[in-house]
Design a protein around this ligand. Structure first.
Ligand SMILES: C[S@@+](CC[C@H](N)C(=O)[O-])C[C@H]1O[C@@H](n2cnc3c(N)ncnc32)[C@H](O)[C@@H]1O
Length: 297
């Protein structure tokens, strides 16, 4: 049973673990978990189902008194691992997780880390195509195909001034099926036959610019983001599946992008103003493709 603050990430399958004190109910891998939230005060309000899940692992977890030691199955996590762990558990950072545990359970804390995967409560569990960063789905001919799972790390309506539009405002509606990060996709290996990957391609744009509202913005460490994005897209792609990749080379040439993945595209096409937009199709092999030289720049 989850408190309302954790309901959204549990429902979106971005939180797929929980830490519980050891209690009377023993949970084992393979158990069916009925994930629910209290709609008001615990034990006094109605429950709402967030999803049905299958437990994948149960491991002993220890959270130390001064935030530093966090160990899973007796292995202490490194600094980065602790932050990642806190975020995976639905907190903004380790400090917030530490504060929560110290208030709710008291520290040091010993319990179980329970992980799960969706059974059939996940949206569009039969979809064979993943759009890993769908934005406002501009390039989709069918805007809500039951066969496509639309993912983005933003969910909202973003507007910006645009003198070329009637009313002077351009609006981007980004409403994915699941809010998730393409650097840590909440899907099993080989889950999709086709993955579409059209990440942000601009780093130097204003906070309130139209481009930012529509496409998002690359962080300073964009190489790490795109590299991990490729890795995750290929991980969730089935063997022999296709990855459709789009890149606009206005600020960063595609040659600097292609070195971020060991995979080699099968075919590619340039289009758009002055042919800056590249469409590339990769095929995932059983074994990883060896990278070959490519003529795209
Ligand atoms: C170039 S736009 C996609 C446009 C889309 N293909 C369309 O047809 O409208 C890039 C999208 O990636 C999203 N994005 C940026 N970083 C992300 C991340 N780490 N995980 C998931 N989505 C991300 C942005 O919010 C933005 O909507």
């Amino acid at each position: 049973m989850f408190q309302p603050r954790f309901a959204r990430p549990v429902e979106a399958w971005t939180k797929r673990q929980t830490i519980r004190a050891r209690g009377a109910r023993v949970i084992r891998p393979g158990d069916l978990l009925d994930l629910r939230e209290w709609t008001g005060l615990p034990y006094r309000s109605k429950q709402r189902r967030l999803g049905l899940a299958e437990c994948t692992s149960v491991d002993p977890v220890f959270i130390g008194q001064y935030a530093l030691p966090v160990s899973v199955s007796g292995e202490e996590l490194c600094a980065e691992g602790r932050e990642h762990f806190a975020r995976a558990d639905g907190f903004e950072n380790l400090a917030q997780m530490h504060d929560w545990f110290s208030r709710v359970h008291g520290l040091p804390f010993t319990g179980n880390l329970i992980k799960w995967q969706p059974v059939n409560g996940a949206p569009k569990s039969n979809a064979t195509v993943l759009d890993a960063c769908c934005g406002s789905r501009m390039f989709h001919f069918e805007k809500d195909s039951p066969d496509i799972l639309y993912v983005d790390n933003r969910d909202g309506v973003f507007s910006s001034r645009d003198p070329d539009r009637r009313g002077g405002v351009r609006v981007a509606r980004v409403q994915p099926d699941i809010v998730a990060d393409f650097t840590a996709l909440p899907f099993a290996d080989g889950r999709f036959r086709v993955v579409i990957f059209d990440p942000p391609h601009l780093g130097k744009i204003g906070d309130r610019s139209i481009m930012r509202a529509i496409y998002g913005r690359l962080p300073k460490q964009w190489q790490a983001l795109i590299e991990q994005g490729f890795r995750e897209c290929f991980r969730v792609l089935a063997p022999h599946g296709l990855l459709i990749f789009k890149w606009n080379a206005t600020q960063i040439p595609v040659s600097k992008i292609l070195i971020l993945t060991p995979h080699t595209p099968l075919v590619g096409q340039r289009c758009g103003k002055a042919a800056r937009t590249h469409w590339l199709i990769f095929k995932k092999q059983g074994e990883q493709n060896e990278r070959k030289e490519t003529t795209h720049d």
